[in-house]
Design a protein around this ligand. Structure first.
Ligand code: ATP
Ligand code: MG
Length: 313
């Protein structure tokens, strides 16, 4: 669907994008993650034919973004990170304006506007002026705008930035619907956990270079070294009981360290598998350790992100 090879963008002396190579399959919801200045917007603008690369290639369904920009624009819907909306129009008029640009008939436009407003949950704002919409609503209206020509690939640059939790949840719902419709979606953010929840696969870039690209599972596997077990003992254990529990754990294969948390909490760095974790719990209980809570925390993606984009310089 999307094939990027050695894509490079140099602004003056500054290399914003450095030989980025990346493939995304059709129908994928693909997250594009990186810290501020990583090169996300630069990449997306090149894909949307708004910026020329310095070198390298990018093709959407085999169509080259530099050689055939007009064809690419039919295949791509782009939602920029900062967008202007015409405030003096009503929501439906705003969409109608762009639908006219694409040459749709009146009947087609009226049908499509209703469908799009429903898709982005703005049907009750149809006759409301754009300037009285909230920021999150304007973002959804822009998404509807990006969908007018029924593109196969959607490029969304931080569509959920500044949204409250409820609006984000709604955005996730909309993205799932788009996936069900068979669209391919490339969506950027600097919030890795948020993207990992809604995407099938992820690309992480930093300083214009690829750090990781693959499924969310593959990223988790890569980071398995950071696995841990969190244990909470019944409160008010005395010091000797805590020490005894820590001693039991220390002898367990795969345990590489134990950190005391607040009160009766123990955090165990553990490299074993789930069977091993079950054996560990059994051993503690047999030894009479009063375990109240025992769990493996989900991978802390924020930590992973800090780890993989760490400044080595
Ligand atoms: N027109 C330009 N001229 C010079 N440098 C630019 C230009 N546009 C972007 N840059 C630089 O290129 C780098 C990448 O910018 P880009 O906007 O692609 O990052 P980003 O990953 O989208 O960041 P953010 O998360 O802040 O949106 C930055 O260091 C930026 O300063
Ligand atoms: Mg950006």
């Amino acid at each position: 669907m999307l094939d990027i090879k050695d894509l490079t963008k140099v602004y003056g002396q500054f290399t914003a994008l450095d030989k980025l190579t990346l493939q995304i399959g059709g129908g994928e919801l693909h997250g594009f993650v990186g810290p501020n200045g990583a090169g996300k917007t630069t990449t997306m603008r090149i894909l949307a034919t708004l910026l020329l690369p310095t070198s390298g290639t990018a093709a959407i369904e085999g169509v080259d973004v530099v050689k055939e920009p007009k064809k690419v624009r039919q295949l791509v819907g782009y939602m920029p990170d900062f967008f202007g909306v015409y405030d003096h129009l009503k929501s439906w008029e705003y969409l109608d304006f762009y639908a006219r640009c694409y040459g749709f008939s009146y009947a087609q436009r009226m049908r499509m506007i209703d469908q799009l407003l429903e898709l982005v949950n703005l049907q009750d704002k149809r006759d409301v002026y754009v300037d009285s919409l909230s920021r999150g609503m304007k973002q959804r209206l822009c998404l509807a705008h990006a969908l007018i020509h029924d593109p196969n690939l959607l490029i969304l640059d931080e569509p959920a930035s500044g949204m409250d939790p409820r609006a984000r949840a709604e955005m996730k719902g909309i993205l799932r619907t788009l996936k069900e419709m068979g669209k391919t979606v490339l969506i950027s953010s600097h919030i890795l956990p948020e993207l990992s929840e809604m995407c099938d696969s992820l690309t992480i870039i930093d300083h214009g270079s690829l750090v990781f690209s693959g499924t969310v599972e593959a990223l988790s596997r890569k980071m398995r070294g950071q696995a841990a077990v969190e244990i909470r003992l019944l409160p008010q254990q005395d010091e000797s009981q805590l020490q005894a529990a820590a001693e039991e754990l220390r002898q367990f294969p795969g345990v590489t360290g134990i950190t005391r948390g607040e009160g009766c909490d123990l955090s165990v760095a553990y490299e074993g598998d789930e069977q091993g974790a079950a054996d560990m719990l059994r051993k503690l209980l047999r030894a009479g350790v009063p375990v109240m809570d025992f769990h493996r925390p989900p991978m802390n993606l924020e930590k992973v992100f800090m780890e993989v984009t760490r400044d080595d310089g």
